[in-house]
Write a new protein. Structure first.
Length: 262
């Protein structure tokens, strides 16, 4: 799920959900706004780190201050704004889009987002294994099994693994343990990051491993794309797929930053 899809799913309470096709068509019709500031930086004020454009706090689409509790995240946001050219292009600002989503949407729907993460853990991609070919089976076992074992140890619960794509229910105790861990994720930033890490990777297990520091960003990305990389080794990858993957990789990096520093 992209950061834009995340905001559509968890928008402001009571607000109508936009038609994504219409939104995309509208975006194509509208010219990108001109850059209206010289410099982007960070100002510390009232216990928050403000993204400041020429000294004035930037605003989210819902007109909330772009001000957060994390200096590393604020500095990365300011870098995105500073890197803009003559026009401001949200398509190349994945962190800004995700933080906007968090401040404008997730801040009012913490429990809905947490519940979504727990539901995702009930059908985690790492629990569904190939039965063949043998080298893919071995690769999944070598890469995924240690990650699952670490998450199980942290949760004091066990995941159910299965071959193929038929749904295999996870134990209620396991899902309860995931819910308790997810309750510790601070909202809205870390929680928004957790949700996007999970949807971009297909795995709550990988998200929890990142949150606990048992994996770094590149290790988690590689583990999430094990099956895809195996297919690329066999069949190759076309340019469009490679371009989409590059965009997802940038969104993943933004989500990891929020998860770990939000």
């Amino acid at each position: 799920m992209s950061t834009d899809a995340f905001l559509q799913r968890f928008g402001a309470p009571g607000s109508p959900q936009p038609d994504p096709v219409a939104a995309a068509q509208s975006a194509m019709r509208n010219a990108l706004p001109k850059r209206f500031y010289e410099t982007a930086g960070v100002l510390e004020r009232d216990g928050l780190f403000h993204v400041a454009l020429d000294g004035r706090t930037a605003r989210t689409p819902a007109r909330n201050p772009l001000a957060i509790t994390s200096r590393p995240v604020a500095e990365a946001l300011a870098a995105e704004w500073q890197a803009q050219g003559e026009r401001i292009d949200p398509a190349v600002m994945p962190l800004t889009r995700l933080v906007n989503s968090a401040l404008d949407g997730v801040s009012d729907q913490h429990e809905a987002v947490r519940a979504e993460i727990v539901r995702y853990a009930g059908s985690d991609a790492l629990c569904y294994r190939a039965s063949e070919p043998d080298n893919l089976v071995e690769r999944q076992r070598d890469v995924w099994d240690p990650i699952i074992a670490g998450t199980e140890a942290a949760l004091d619960a066990r995941f159910t693994l299965t071959e193929g794509v038929m749904f295999a229910a996870q134990p209620a105790g396991l899902l309860d343990a995931v819910a308790r861990r997810v309750a510790d994720l601070s909202a809205p930033l870390a929680l928004a990051g957790a949700h996007n890490v999970m949807t971009l990777s297909g795995s709550a297990i990988l998200m929890l491993a990142l949150a606990d520091g048992r994996l770094d960003e590149e290790q988690a990305w590689t583990a999430a794309h094990l099956d895809e990389d195996y297919q690329i080794e066999i069949w190759g990858q076309d340019e469009d797929a490679a371009a989409r993957r590059t965009i997802r990789r940038q969104e993943f990096a933004a989500a990891v930053l929020l998860l770990q520093h939000g």
